[in-house]
Ligand binder design. Structure first.
Ligand SMILES: C[S@@+](CC[C@H](N)C(=O)[O-])C[C@H]1O[C@@H](n2cnc3c(N)ncnc32)[C@H](O)[C@@H]1O
Length: 279
Protein backbone atom coordinates (compact mmCIF):
# COMPACT_ATOMS: atom_id res chain seq x y z
CA UNK A 1 0.00 0.00 0.00
CA UNK A 2 1.23 3.53 -0.72
CA UNK A 3 1.55 5.97 2.20
CA UNK A 4 0.12 9.48 2.03
CA UNK A 5 1.25 12.14 4.48
CA UNK A 6 -1.23 14.31 6.37
CA UNK A 7 0.88 17.33 5.30
CA UNK A 8 0.44 16.52 1.60
CA UNK A 9 -3.30 15.97 2.04
CA UNK A 10 -3.63 19.29 3.93
CA UNK A 11 -1.75 21.12 1.18
CA UNK A 12 -4.05 19.83 -1.53
CA UNK A 13 -7.32 20.23 0.42
CA UNK A 14 -8.20 23.84 -0.54
CA UNK A 15 -7.35 23.22 -4.20
CA UNK A 16 -9.37 19.99 -4.15
CA UNK A 17 -12.37 21.78 -2.70
CA UNK A 18 -12.36 24.59 -5.23
CA UNK A 19 -11.81 22.17 -8.13
CA UNK A 20 -14.72 19.72 -7.78
CA UNK A 21 -17.25 19.71 -10.60
CA UNK A 22 -20.32 21.67 -9.49
CA UNK A 23 -22.33 19.98 -12.26
CA UNK A 24 -21.69 16.53 -10.82
CA UNK A 25 -22.15 17.73 -7.23
CA UNK A 26 -25.49 19.31 -8.21
CA UNK A 27 -26.58 15.97 -9.68
CA UNK A 28 -25.83 14.35 -6.31
CA UNK A 29 -27.82 17.03 -4.48
CA UNK A 30 -30.74 16.62 -6.86
CA UNK A 31 -30.68 12.85 -6.31
CA UNK A 32 -30.72 13.37 -2.51
CA UNK A 33 -33.65 15.79 -2.89
CA UNK A 34 -35.56 16.70 0.28
CA UNK A 35 -34.23 13.81 2.38
CA UNK A 36 -33.43 14.98 5.90
CA UNK A 37 -30.78 12.39 6.68
CA UNK A 38 -28.25 10.42 4.67
CA UNK A 39 -25.68 7.70 5.44
CA UNK A 40 -22.40 8.16 3.57
CA UNK A 41 -19.32 5.98 3.43
CA UNK A 42 -16.04 7.62 2.32
CA UNK A 43 -13.48 5.15 0.94
CA UNK A 44 -9.80 6.05 1.43
CA UNK A 45 -10.84 9.05 3.53
CA UNK A 46 -7.32 10.18 4.48
CA UNK A 47 -7.67 13.18 6.82
CA UNK A 48 -11.38 13.67 6.06
CA UNK A 49 -11.07 16.33 3.36
CA UNK A 50 -13.94 14.87 1.34
CA UNK A 51 -16.30 15.20 4.31
CA UNK A 52 -15.29 18.82 4.91
CA UNK A 53 -15.73 19.64 1.23
CA UNK A 54 -19.02 17.85 0.65
CA UNK A 55 -20.98 18.00 3.91
CA UNK A 56 -22.07 21.67 3.44
CA UNK A 57 -23.97 20.63 0.27
CA UNK A 58 -25.79 17.56 1.61
CA UNK A 59 -28.81 16.81 3.83
CA UNK A 60 -29.35 18.56 7.20
CA UNK A 61 -28.44 15.38 9.09
CA UNK A 62 -25.59 13.18 7.92
CA UNK A 63 -23.96 9.99 9.20
CA UNK A 64 -20.50 9.47 7.76
CA UNK A 65 -18.30 6.39 8.00
CA UNK A 66 -14.70 7.27 7.21
CA UNK A 67 -12.71 4.27 6.00
CA UNK A 68 -8.94 4.03 5.52
CA UNK A 69 -6.26 1.44 6.22
CA UNK A 70 -3.94 4.08 7.72
CA UNK A 71 -4.62 4.50 11.46
CA UNK A 72 -2.49 7.68 11.69
CA UNK A 73 -4.62 9.32 8.99
CA UNK A 74 -7.84 8.21 10.72
CA UNK A 75 -6.55 9.84 13.94
CA UNK A 76 -5.66 12.93 11.98
CA UNK A 77 -9.14 12.99 10.40
CA UNK A 78 -10.71 12.89 13.85
CA UNK A 79 -8.67 15.89 15.02
CA UNK A 80 -9.14 17.86 11.79
CA UNK A 81 -12.92 17.36 11.81
CA UNK A 82 -13.15 18.44 15.49
CA UNK A 83 -11.18 21.61 14.67
CA UNK A 84 -13.28 22.32 11.55
CA UNK A 85 -16.61 21.92 13.39
CA UNK A 86 -18.48 24.68 15.23
CA UNK A 87 -19.38 22.21 18.03
CA UNK A 88 -18.06 18.75 18.68
CA UNK A 89 -19.06 15.92 21.05
CA UNK A 90 -16.53 13.16 21.21
CA UNK A 91 -17.23 9.47 21.95
CA UNK A 92 -14.80 6.55 21.94
CA UNK A 93 -15.26 5.60 18.30
CA UNK A 94 -17.19 8.52 16.82
CA UNK A 95 -17.78 12.26 16.78
CA UNK A 96 -21.00 14.21 16.62
CA UNK A 97 -20.37 17.63 15.19
CA UNK A 98 -22.30 20.65 14.09
CA UNK A 99 -20.72 22.36 11.08
CA UNK A 100 -21.93 24.30 8.04
CA UNK A 101 -25.40 24.22 9.70
CA UNK A 102 -25.48 20.41 9.49
CA UNK A 103 -25.67 17.76 12.22
CA UNK A 104 -23.00 15.25 11.37
CA UNK A 105 -22.15 11.97 13.05
CA UNK A 106 -18.76 10.58 12.04
CA UNK A 107 -17.37 7.13 12.74
CA UNK A 108 -13.92 5.87 11.82
CA UNK A 109 -13.13 2.46 10.43
CA UNK A 110 -9.81 0.86 9.64
CA UNK A 111 -10.04 -1.49 6.67
CA UNK A 112 -7.84 -2.66 3.83
CA UNK A 113 -10.19 -1.98 0.93
CA UNK A 114 -8.29 -4.40 -1.29
CA UNK A 115 -9.77 -7.24 0.78
CA UNK A 116 -12.58 -5.71 2.79
CA UNK A 117 -14.69 -3.60 0.44
CA UNK A 118 -17.66 -6.01 0.52
CA UNK A 119 -17.79 -5.94 4.33
CA UNK A 120 -17.57 -2.12 4.24
CA UNK A 121 -20.43 -1.92 1.73
CA UNK A 122 -22.58 -4.31 3.80
CA UNK A 123 -22.99 -1.75 6.58
CA UNK A 124 -25.70 0.93 6.19
CA UNK A 125 -24.90 3.35 3.35
CA UNK A 126 -27.08 5.55 1.17
CA UNK A 127 -24.17 7.01 -0.78
CA UNK A 128 -20.66 5.69 -1.39
CA UNK A 129 -18.06 8.37 -2.00
CA UNK A 130 -14.30 8.68 -2.44
CA UNK A 131 -11.84 11.46 -3.29
CA UNK A 132 -8.54 10.97 -5.11
CA UNK A 133 -8.82 7.22 -4.62
CA UNK A 134 -9.87 5.34 -7.74
CA UNK A 135 -6.67 6.01 -9.74
CA UNK A 136 -4.86 3.88 -7.11
CA UNK A 137 -6.90 0.72 -7.67
CA UNK A 138 -6.67 -1.84 -10.48
CA UNK A 139 -9.15 -2.33 -13.33
CA UNK A 140 -9.88 -5.82 -11.97
CA UNK A 141 -10.68 -4.39 -8.52
CA UNK A 142 -12.92 -1.76 -10.14
CA UNK A 143 -14.87 -4.51 -11.94
CA UNK A 144 -15.40 -6.50 -8.71
CA UNK A 145 -16.18 -3.38 -6.68
CA UNK A 146 -18.78 -2.19 -9.21
CA UNK A 147 -20.41 -5.64 -9.14
CA UNK A 148 -20.60 -5.39 -5.34
CA UNK A 149 -22.09 -1.88 -5.56
CA UNK A 150 -24.70 -3.04 -8.07
CA UNK A 151 -25.68 -6.05 -5.93
CA UNK A 152 -26.47 -3.60 -3.13
CA UNK A 153 -28.06 -0.95 -5.42
CA UNK A 154 -25.65 1.65 -4.07
CA UNK A 155 -24.88 4.97 -5.80
CA UNK A 156 -21.27 6.12 -6.19
CA UNK A 157 -19.96 9.70 -6.13
CA UNK A 158 -16.24 9.96 -6.70
CA UNK A 159 -14.26 13.18 -7.05
CA UNK A 160 -10.79 14.18 -8.22
CA UNK A 161 -9.76 11.04 -10.06
CA UNK A 162 -6.62 11.83 -12.10
CA UNK A 163 -7.24 11.65 -15.86
CA UNK A 164 -3.66 11.99 -17.15
CA UNK A 165 -3.92 15.51 -18.58
CA UNK A 166 -1.21 17.94 -17.48
CA UNK A 167 -0.20 21.36 -18.76
CA UNK A 168 2.63 23.31 -17.15
CA UNK A 169 3.89 26.74 -18.20
CA UNK A 170 6.35 27.84 -19.34
CA UNK A 171 6.95 24.75 -21.51
CA UNK A 172 10.04 22.66 -20.72
CA UNK A 173 11.95 20.38 -23.10
CA UNK A 174 11.62 17.37 -20.76
CA UNK A 175 7.85 17.68 -20.15
CA UNK A 176 6.85 14.86 -22.51
CA UNK A 177 9.50 12.42 -21.20
CA UNK A 178 8.68 13.11 -17.55
CA UNK A 179 4.91 12.85 -18.14
CA UNK A 180 5.30 9.52 -19.96
CA UNK A 181 7.43 8.21 -17.08
CA UNK A 182 4.93 9.53 -14.51
CA UNK A 183 2.10 7.75 -16.33
CA UNK A 184 4.07 4.51 -16.29
CA UNK A 185 4.38 4.96 -12.51
CA UNK A 186 0.64 5.69 -12.28
CA UNK A 187 0.04 2.12 -13.46
CA UNK A 188 2.30 0.58 -10.82
CA UNK A 189 0.82 -1.47 -7.97
CA UNK A 190 -0.48 0.67 -5.08
CA UNK A 191 -1.78 -2.34 -3.16
CA UNK A 192 -4.65 -3.35 -5.46
CA UNK A 193 -2.67 -4.86 -8.36
CA UNK A 194 -1.45 -2.82 -11.37
CA UNK A 195 -3.25 0.51 -10.95
CA UNK A 196 -5.81 1.91 -13.40
CA UNK A 197 -4.23 5.38 -13.04
CA UNK A 198 -5.65 7.73 -15.69
CA UNK A 199 -7.89 4.92 -17.04
CA UNK A 200 -9.88 4.65 -13.80
CA UNK A 201 -12.81 6.83 -14.83
CA UNK A 202 -13.43 4.98 -18.09
CA UNK A 203 -13.17 1.66 -16.21
CA UNK A 204 -15.71 2.86 -13.63
CA UNK A 205 -18.04 4.27 -16.26
CA UNK A 206 -17.97 1.10 -18.38
CA UNK A 207 -18.48 -1.23 -15.42
CA UNK A 208 -21.34 0.80 -13.97
CA UNK A 209 -23.16 1.48 -17.25
CA UNK A 210 -22.95 -2.24 -18.05
CA UNK A 211 -24.86 -2.82 -14.81
CA UNK A 212 -27.61 -0.35 -15.68
CA UNK A 213 -26.28 2.66 -13.79
CA UNK A 214 -26.90 6.20 -15.05
CA UNK A 215 -23.53 7.95 -15.02
CA UNK A 216 -22.75 11.65 -15.11
CA UNK A 217 -19.13 12.84 -15.23
CA UNK A 218 -17.53 16.28 -15.18
CA UNK A 219 -14.03 17.68 -15.15
CA UNK A 220 -12.47 18.86 -11.88
CA UNK A 221 -8.98 20.06 -12.84
CA UNK A 222 -6.56 21.67 -10.46
CA UNK A 223 -5.91 25.10 -12.02
CA UNK A 224 -2.91 26.49 -10.19
CA UNK A 225 -0.80 29.59 -10.48
CA UNK A 226 1.80 31.42 -8.35
CA UNK A 227 -0.70 31.67 -5.49
CA UNK A 228 -0.45 27.86 -5.22
CA UNK A 229 3.36 27.80 -5.26
CA UNK A 230 3.68 25.38 -2.32
CA UNK A 231 1.42 22.79 -3.87
CA UNK A 232 3.07 23.20 -7.28
CA UNK A 233 6.52 22.67 -5.71
CA UNK A 234 5.43 19.53 -3.80
CA UNK A 235 3.61 18.17 -6.83
CA UNK A 236 6.65 18.71 -9.04
CA UNK A 237 8.90 16.94 -6.50
CA UNK A 238 6.48 13.97 -6.29
CA UNK A 239 6.19 13.77 -10.07
CA UNK A 240 9.98 13.83 -10.55
CA UNK A 241 10.45 11.12 -7.91
CA UNK A 242 7.74 8.91 -9.47
CA UNK A 243 9.28 9.43 -12.93
CA UNK A 244 12.67 8.21 -11.68
CA UNK A 245 11.06 5.25 -9.86
CA UNK A 246 9.42 4.22 -13.15
CA UNK A 247 12.91 3.67 -14.60
CA UNK A 248 11.99 5.65 -17.71
CA UNK A 249 13.95 8.84 -16.93
CA UNK A 250 17.27 9.15 -15.18
CA UNK A 251 17.95 11.22 -12.06
CA UNK A 252 19.67 14.07 -13.88
CA UNK A 253 16.77 14.50 -16.35
CA UNK A 254 14.28 14.49 -13.47
CA UNK A 255 16.41 16.96 -11.47
CA UNK A 256 16.69 19.35 -14.44
CA UNK A 257 12.91 19.18 -14.97
CA UNK A 258 12.21 19.64 -11.25
CA UNK A 259 14.48 22.68 -10.96
CA UNK A 260 12.32 24.43 -13.58
CA UNK A 261 8.98 22.96 -12.60
CA UNK A 262 8.99 23.76 -8.89
CA UNK A 263 8.74 27.43 -9.94
CA UNK A 264 6.23 26.93 -12.77
CA UNK A 265 3.97 29.92 -13.55
CA UNK A 266 0.86 27.78 -14.01
CA UNK A 267 -0.07 24.16 -13.76
CA UNK A 268 -3.27 22.37 -14.77
CA UNK A 269 -3.75 18.79 -13.60
CA UNK A 270 -6.75 16.99 -15.06
CA UNK A 271 -9.26 15.16 -12.87
CA UNK A 272 -12.78 13.86 -13.40
CA UNK A 273 -15.70 13.53 -10.98
CA UNK A 274 -18.39 10.92 -11.49
CA UNK A 275 -21.84 10.22 -10.04
CA UNK A 276 -23.46 6.90 -10.84
CA UNK A 277 -26.94 5.98 -9.66
CA UNK A 278 -28.52 2.57 -9.99
CA UNK A 279 -31.62 2.23 -12.16
C1 LIG B 1 -4.65 10.23 -2.38
S1 LIG B 1 -5.14 9.80 -0.79
C2 LIG B 1 -6.73 10.62 -0.71
C3 LIG B 1 -7.20 10.87 0.70
C4 LIG B 1 -8.50 11.64 0.83
N1 LIG B 1 -9.59 10.95 0.18
C5 LIG B 1 -8.36 13.05 0.29
O1 LIG B 1 -8.96 13.34 -0.74
O2 LIG B 1 -7.64 13.84 0.90
C6 LIG B 1 -5.61 8.09 -0.92
C7 LIG B 1 -6.10 7.47 0.37
O3 LIG B 1 -6.41 6.09 0.14
C8 LIG B 1 -5.97 5.35 1.27
N2 LIG B 1 -5.72 3.96 0.88
C9 LIG B 1 -4.77 3.53 0.01
N3 LIG B 1 -4.80 2.19 -0.07
C10 LIG B 1 -5.80 1.77 0.75
C11 LIG B 1 -6.32 0.50 1.11
N4 LIG B 1 -5.83 -0.64 0.60
N5 LIG B 1 -7.36 0.43 1.98
C12 LIG B 1 -7.86 1.58 2.51
N6 LIG B 1 -7.41 2.81 2.23
C13 LIG B 1 -6.38 2.90 1.36
C14 LIG B 1 -4.71 6.07 1.72
O4 LIG B 1 -4.37 5.77 3.06
C15 LIG B 1 -5.10 7.52 1.50
O5 LIG B 1 -5.72 8.06 2.64
Amino acid sequence: MSGFSAEWLALREPVDHRSVSTTVRDAVREWIGPRQCIDIVDLGCGSGSNLRGLAPYLAPAQRWRLVDWDLALLDHARRAISEWADDCESAADSLTVRAAEKEINVSFEQADLMQDYARVLDKPAGLVTAAAFFDLVSPAWIADFCAALAQRHLPLYTVLTYNGEEAWTPAHGKDAAVLAAFHAHQHSDKGFGPAAGPDAISALRNALEARGYTVIAGESPWQMDRADASLIAELAAGTAQAAVESGQVNESTAAEWLAARRNADTCRIGHVDLFARPS
